[in-house]
Design a protein around this ligand. Sequence first.
Ligand SMILES: *Cc1c(COP(=O)(O)O)cnc(C)c1O
Length: 339
Amino acid sequence: MIGAPMSKLDLSKFARCTLLEGPTPIQHLSRLSAHLGSVNVFVKRDDLNGLGGGGNKLRKLEFLIGEALAANADTIITVGARQSNHARLTAAAAARVGLQCELVLTRSVPRFDADYLNNGNILLDDLFAARVHDLPGSTDALKFADERASELRLQGRKVYVCPLGGSSPIGCLGYADCAAEMLNQASAAGLSFDRIVVPNGSGGMQAGLVAGIVAMGLDPNLISGFTVYGDAGKARSITLDKAVQTARLIDAKLTVDSDAILIDESQLGPGYGIPTDAMRAAVRLVASMEGLLLDPVYGGKAFAGLLEGVASGHYRAGAHILFVMTGGLPGLFAYRSEF
Ligand SMILES: *Cc1c(COP(=O)(O)O)cnc(C)c1O
């Protein structure tokens, strides 16, 4: 990709609430690249957002909260696992703009130690004054959220319900915008990338990036997702569906081909939120060589996939690989015992 003139993506018709300070930097990991030998690794620092400890969900929340405020909502409800970064950042953004926030958090990840249950994101949810509904793993969280919303509406409240990971088509617009931001940064810096590597959880980040690249008339095939949530087939169909819907929201004439969604399931391990040896090694390598922190649920696994790709010769010699760092630092404290 890139070397192209400045790319434009007009999202001005959508309501938006500014939560970011501006573009996040792209940095070259020189020590790690020298260590790996055959490729150049760059990172897009989407962990470097000021609000609430930072992370990729803030891009989606700019459009989600924008829509909620445009609808005069006074309350936002969202769902997630107990250590959801999305829930924590929704609580922080709600505090910033003066919305009440309720979090429907399920114990869907089979971890029941004190750090997982009470440290990390859950500590921050409480500081941001969110009301947490603590539910068993078997709960249908979105159904619970909708029922809670109805209950609050009967009391006269105006409630905005936000899905898992903030990955509605409106939320995905945040990453369509990020695609334009990355292309423009790269062209301004005279950089080109052979591959963009991302973690894929609820699929919204990858879907938004693909939709944005398609909307700018470019080839979305350089984006590779490592699924950390479901198997490749499921992740591909969820991500494609969201990419199609997001592209249509931007421009009703746009379509996204199914081969635009590249998903690798090799790093999923036993399942969502369950650590793998490769994840632990990747977190340690990036921390010890670059002073940067990956999280154990998303970035650690996706970066492990990047490292395995380098080791197996998947990337050409000299390839420029851009890894999107997505935040999730509080997760390290929830998974203390794994390190
Ligand atoms: C949510 C999340 C992701 C994945 O983004 P999706 O849009 O859900 O695929 C990656 N990294 C971190 C730290 C996250 O919190």
